[in-house]
Design a protein around this ligand. Structure first.
Ligand code: NAD
Length: 359
């Protein structure tokens, strides 16, 4: 198979971790007879420096035209003071909206080899952590209007949170379909005791539930969900929620699994062309030091193979190689524990390549 991948290396550790993921994809090409070609795309701080815009229109076009997009991370202190609409993160929001990827899927899964790295007690971790957060990605408060005005002698800021029934329905369907492929349990998270947008969310989810009698739907308020994720994460299988709640809960869920550097994500819309990226940021504190963990990006490439290119064996090959390297005791600094061997970003990539086999 031949696939063109738009590659956004981005800022900070972005170029280092993306480099390792591309080596892994090339190896998949060799082992399974696929050809991956790469189109470089500037986004984030690097694009601001070069083009004065975090995502110039022609860069977005390259992403829309590609078979999928692999992204490292964007942002950093250098661009902290640029105006709001020119910030690196604006490039990311425009990319998601421009690609129409309305569903972000983040697995929160503990690797047994890293159980000690979880901040939760062993008695909680031992019950198992393996769930997915399906987050609405291009609606809600992040995409409503944002204004700050002078009123009665002081500044007033307003952010609009709005959802239409159709926006809720399309993400709700992804939640139900995902639950159907797993254990058949879906938890819809909202704040219907306070917000109108959440009351509409809940009503649409219950209407949809009639079409999915094989899925058991439950409702949970977002504040309770934040508590339950640390109290007993084993109760969750698939969680579906709106943009801002999903942003916060998925960061919380990633922390309980040990390291932010291990977690991939996929963002999909109506077509198979998706956006794949690790969940962490550009880690400016360790950029250029060969210290970053490339596994989240490598596993994002595996998700791309599985969900956009229909290559499950190839995705398994990558995930098995990651598992083998962890079994052998190799760790980047962020996941290091006593008795393991500490290695850098490029060495971690090399070890994963070494363990990739076609079964
Ligand atoms: P961050 O995720 O970059 O870093 C948080 C901590 O985790 C840091 O100590 C960092 O060293 C560590 N870390 C992150 N990824 C790691 C990896 N792969 N291996 C080892 N350690 C890792 O979050 P932050 O410090 O809040 O943000 C830094 C910049 O990244 C900001 O400009 C922020 O806006 C941006 N950001 C970008 C994205 C994205 O591109 N999707 C997401 C979040 C934050």
């Amino acid at each position: 198979m031949q696939k063109n991948i738009a590659v956004i290396r981005g800022d900070g550790i972005g170029p280092e971790i993306v480099e390792q993921a591309l080596l892994v994809l090339n190896k998949i090409g060799e082992l399974y007879g696929h050809t991956f070609t790469y189109t470089d795309v500037d986004m984030g701080g690097v694009a601001i420096d070069k083009w004065g815009d975090p995502l110039p229109a022609e860069m977005l076009q390259k992403c829309v035209a590609a078979d999928s997009v692999l992204l490292g991370a964007v942002g950093g202190p250098k661009w902290n003071d640029v105006p709001g609409d020119k910030r690196p993160e604006k490039g990311l929001l425009r990319l998601r909206a421009g690609m129409g990827v309305y569903s972000n899927n983040r697995p929160a899964k503990i690797w047994p080899q890293l159980a000690d790295a979880s901040p939760l007690k062993a008695s909680i971790v031992d019950k198992g952590i393996d769930f997915i957060i399906v987050r609405e990605l291009i609606g809600g408060i992040y995409f409503g209007s944002h204004t700050t005005e002078e009123k009665n002698g002081e500044k007033n800021a307003v952010d609009i949170l709005q959802y239409s029934e159709s926006e809720i329905e399309r993400i709700g369907r992804i939640g139900f379909e995902t639950a159907r492929k797993r254990s058949g349990k879906l938890c819809s998270v909202e704040k219907s005791n306070v917000l109108d947008s959440s009351r509409l969310w809940k009503a649409v989810m219950h209407r949809l539930a009639e079409e999915y009698p094989d899925v058991e739907l439950s409702d949970m308020l977002v504040d309770n969900c934040a508590m339950q994720i640390v109290k007993d994460p084993s109760q969750f299988d698939v969680v579906v929620t709106e943009n801002m709640f999903g942003d916060i809960l998925s960061d919380e869920a990633s922390m309980i699994t040990g390291s932010i550097g291990m977690i991939p994500s996929s963002s999909l819309g109506a077509s198979s062309n998706g956006l794949y990226e690790p969940i962490h940021g550009s880690a400016p504190d360790i950029a250029g030091m060969d210290l970053a963990n490339p596994i989240g990006t490598i596993l994002s490439a595996a998700m791309m193979l599985r969900f956009s290119f229909d290559m499950p064996a190839e995705a398994d090959c990558i995930e098995n190689a990651v598992s083998a390297v962890l079994d052998a005791g190799y760790r980047t600094a962020d996941i290091y524990s006593d008795g393991c061997e500490k290695i850098g970003c490029s060495e971690m990539g090399r070890r994963i390549l070494e363990n990739m086999r076609k079964d």
